[in-house]
Design a protein around this ligand. Structure first.
Ligand SMILES: *Cc1c(COP(=O)(O)O)cnc(C)c1O
Length: 406
C-alpha cells in the first residue's frame, strides 16, 4: 500500500469483539483501573507505554497518534490541545535559562509572541533569522543556540526556505531543528525524509487546519523519530497537565482519511485563483510557492515535486496564498476590498470548507520589508472547498467595485 490515503484508511485498529465498524470507538477516562497494587506500582515506574491516567491518553488518542506518525513518517507522536500548545511544549522541553532559540523572520506570529513573552521571562533569548538565507542562520548560531525553528513556507509572505540545507546546518552544529509543518501537513513533503538522509528532529502540526478540516476543532501534534527526545517531550506534557478531549480526537480521526483528497482540492483551486490574481492589474505580486516568481519557488519545486514540464498543477502545495496590491492603493481601499468579498469570510485559521481572507500589516509583522516581496498592502487568502468558479466570481466582483472606487 504505497498511497497515503489507503494506508490511513486501512491503518490497523482492533475493534471490540463482534463489533467491527469503520470508525474507532471513543474511550474517555480520567480514572484508569489497575488490577493490583503491584500493577499500579509497576505502571508508575515503567518506561514502557501503557495507560495510567486519562490525561496522558486513552486508546482513542493513541490511535490518532499512530495514524499521524503514518501521515508524517515519524515514529512517536504526542497530541496537544492546539497547534500553539504543541509549539510551546517543544520550546519548554528544549530550552532553559541562558539558551537562545532562532526563529525564521516569517514565523507564525503567535510563535514569535511566545518567544517575546514567556520564553524571555524564563531567561531564554530569541533571534530572527532570514528564512531565505542559510548563511544568515549560520551567522546567528552561537554556543547558546539550543533550538532552531523552520517553517516551509513561512506565514503570510510564503517564502519557501531551503529546508534540507537548514537541517544540514543544524545537524553539523548539533542543534535540534523543529519544523512547524502545518502547511505541508505531511502531504506536500516528508519532513523526516528530505533526501540525502536528512530529516527534521521534530515536526509540529496544527491539526486544527487540514487534518480537522472543519474549522471546528483545535489540536496539535509533536512528532519525532527519536524515542529519547519523545520521552523528554512526554514528561514535559505530563508535568504541565496538558491533554486533549477524546471527542475532539474522534473528530480528527473521522476527517483524517479524507485529508489528502481535501488538500489536493484546496491546492488545485488555490493555484487557479492565484494565477487569476497574477493577471490582475491591481495586484503587483502573488506569493504562492508553486508560482514562478514567488520567493523560494525553486526550493518548493525541489521539495514538493513541482515541475514546469508536468503542468501548472504538478507537485503539492496547500490552499494558501497572499497578494500584494499596487502601492498606489491605500490600506483603507484594500480593507474595503476585503469587506466587499461575499464568499470569502474574514477569519483566522484555515483548512476548513470556507474560504477566508485576512489583510495583514507588513509593518507589524516584519522589521524590514522582506527581500523578494514587493511593497504594497498584503492580503492572505486561504481557499476552502467552494467551487473555483464561484470564488473567482467573488474575487472579480470585489475587484471591480474596488477598481471603480480607487
Ligand atoms: C494555525 C497555525 C498554528 C497554531 O495552531 P492552533 O491550533 O490554531 O493553535 C501554528 N502554526 C501555523 C503555521 C499555523 O497556521
Amino acid at each position: 500500500m504505497s498511497d497515503l490515503s489507503t494506508r490511513l484508511i486501512h491503518h490497523p485498529y482492533r475493534p471490540p469483539e463482534g463489533f467491527d465498524a469503520p470508525q474507532a470507538g471513543v474511550f474517555r477516562a480520567s480514572t484508569i483501573f489497575f488490577s493490583s497494587v503491584a500493577a499500579m506500582r509497576e505502571r508508575y515506574s515503567s518506561k514502557t507505554p501503557g495507560y495510567s491516567y486519562g490525561l496522558h491518553g486513552t486508546p482513542t488518542s493513541h490511535l490518532l497518534e499512530a495514524r499521524l506518525c503514518e501521515l508524517e513518517g515519524g515514529t512517536q507522536c504526542l497530541l496537544a490541545p492546539s497547534g500553539l500548545a504543541a509549539i510551546a511544549l517543544v520550546n519548554l522541553c528544549l530550552l532553559k535559562s541562558g539558551d537562545e532559540v532562532l526563529l525564521p523572520d516569517n514565523v507564525y506570529g503567535p510563535s514569535k509572541a511566545l518567544a517575546e513573552g514567556e520564553l524571555a521571562k524564563m531567561g531564554v533569548t530569541h533571534r530572527l533569522y532570514d528564512a531565505s538565507s542559510t548563511q544568515d542562520l549560520a551567522g546567528k548560531m552561537s554556543p547558546k543556540t539550543a533550538l532552531v525553528w523552520a517553517e516551509a513556507p513561512g506565514s503570510v509572505t510564503m517564502e519557501f526556505p531551503d529546508l534540507p540545507d537548514i537541517v544540514r546546518l543544524c545537524r553539523s552544529r548539533g542543534v535540534v531543528c523543529a519544523l512547524d509543518n502545518t502547511w505541508g501537513a505531511g502531504l506536500a513533503f516528508a519532513p523526516f525524509d528530505l533526501g540525502d538522509g536528512l530529516g527534521v528532529d521534530v515536526s509540529v502540526h496544527a491539526l486544527t487546519k487540514y487534518p480537522s478540516g472543519g474549522g471546528d476543532v483545535l489540536m496539535g501534534s509533536v512528532i519525532t523519530r527519536d524515542p529519547a527526545l519523545h520521552n523528554r517531550l512526554q514528561m514535559v506534557r505530563r508535568r504541565l497537565g496538558i491533554g486533549v478531549g477524546m471527542n475532539d480526537v474522534e473528530t480528527v480521526l473521522r476527517s483524517l482519511p479524507s485529508t489528502a483528497l481535501r488538500y489536493r482540492a484546496h491546492d488545485v483551486c488555490a493555484r487557479a485563483l492565484a494565477r487569476w490574481c497574477a493577471g490582475r492589474p491591481e495586484i503587483v505580486q502573488v506569493l504562492h510557492p508553486a508560482l514562478a516568481g514567488s520567493p523560494g519557488h525553486a526550493h518548493w519545486q525541489a521539495l514538493c515535486g513541482g515541475s514546469a514540464n508536468e503542468g501548472p498543477d504538478s507537485g503539492a502545495a496547500a490552499g494558501l496564498f497572499s497578494v500584494i496590491f499596487d502601492p498606489r492603493y491605500s490600506q483603507g481601499q484594500v480593507d474595503a476590498f476585503c469587506d466587499g468579498l461575499k464568499l470569502f469570510r474574514l477569519g483566522y485559521s484555515w483548512g476548513g470548507p470556507v474560504s477566508l481572507v485576512v489583510p495583514y500589516e507588513m509593518r507589524s509583522m516584519r522589521e524590514a520589508q522582506p527581500a523578494g516581496v514587493r511593497a504594497g498592502a498584503i492580503v492572505r487568502f486561504s481557499i476552502g472547498l467552494e467551487h473555483v468558479d464561484d470564488l473567482r466570481a467573488d474575487l472579480a466582483q470585489a475587484m471591480s467595485a474596488f477598481s471603480a472606487q480607487a
